[in-house]
Write a protein that binds this ligand. Structure first.
Ligand code: C2E
Ligand code: MG
Ligand code: MG
Ligand code: MG
Length: 269
């Protein structure tokens, strides 16, 4: 931007905006430092069979062990990591760490068949994304069939670009789930085009389920549609017995939620 312009713009640059921008800059440099100094760790939340109550898989969820601020939730730093592109190295670290952990559990004889890892749209759009996943599997020695990548509707918005990439991932043997289903802006018609294994119903639908028959009807419809498209269904955010009861009457395969367990560090799993 030219010198002339910056002077003009400065007049509109209020102290509030100034503060917000410097906060961002601080957070950004802290993120970089955290990545270098390995201040990140993964928690794991069980994915549980509705019918049998046994654990089928784990979702890896990132945490930032900040030296001064303590444990920081992903909601407070993933958006900035995406904005700055730091999500690319950070996301690769998450994938490596989750695969290493899964290999270690398998070596210990733990009966678990799936590690689910969240993938940001920015990561997915990298030209070497598929190769990166291949390399991580090769380096960690995790067989592809144990890995599932969780993608949101923002990733799958552009079928012409994303379907071929998703097909490559499936050809490797890696599974794909659609996260937070129902919260995006995509139309339903795209669903049939995507090579998904699993559809995860967003917590907001689970919360509404207790309100009445119309809300239940929507959850029923999502489950039926998913099954007709040959996807498994996981309900997110089950917090109590009555929600699980409501779900067990339906054909939903699995659930996640505080009712069974919050996300936990690996040692506590
Ligand atoms: P998500 O992938 O939909 O993960 C589920 C979130 O819901 C997790 O929050 C989990 O702790 C929370 N949750 C699970 N069960 C319950 C429940 O019963 N009640 C309530 N109130 N919450 C529940 P978390 O760990 O704070 O993660 C938030 C979001 O941050 C994730 O949503 C995901 O979008 C993103 N995220 C987390 N880890 C990563 C990562 O490694 N990479 C990327 N790109 N995004 C991540
Ligand atoms: Mg997820
Ligand atoms: Mg989700
Ligand atoms: Mg979510």
């Amino acid at each position: 931007q030219s010198k002339n312009n910056s002077q003009v713009e400065f007049r509109f640059f209020t102290p509030d905006m100034n503060e917000e921008i410097s906060k961002k800059l601080i957070l950004e440099s802290e993120l970089r430092k955290g990545l270098e100094e390995e201040h990140f760790l993964l928690y794991y939340q069980p994915q549980v069979s509705v019918a049998e109550g046994d654990v089928k898989g784990y979702e890896a969820l990132i945490r930032w062990q900040h030296p001064e601020r303590g444990m920081v939730s992903p909601g407070d730093f993933i958006p900035l990591a995406e904005e700055t592109g730091l999500i690319v190295p950070l996301g690769q670290w998450v994938l490596e760490e989750a695969c290493r952990q899964m290999v270690s559990w398998l070596n210990q004889g733990k009966a678990v068949s799936r590690m689910s890892v969240n993938i940001s749209a920015i990561q997915f759009q990298q030209p070497d994304f598929v190769q990166m996943v291949k390399d991580v599997l090769a380096e960690t020695g995790l067989p592809a069939e144990f890995l599932e990548l969780e993608m949101t509707e923002s990733i799958v918005q552009d079928p012409e670009k994303s379907v071929p990439v998703m097909n490559e991932i499936r050809e490797m043997g890696v599974k794909i789930s659609l996260d937070d289903f129902g919260t995006g802006y995509s139309s339903l018609s795209y669903l049939k085009d995507y090579p998904l294994n699993t559809l995860k119903i967003d917590k907001s639908f689970v919360d509404n389920m207790e309100q009445g028959s119309k809300e239940k009807a929507i959850v029923d419809a999502i489950i039926h549609m998913a099954h007709r498209l040959e996807f498994n269904v996981i309900a997110e955010g089950i917090e109590n017995e009555s929600q699980l009861q409501l779900l067990s009457g339906k054909a939903c395969e699995e659930y996640q939620g505080y009712y069974y367990s919050k996300p936990l560090p690996a040692e506590s799993i």
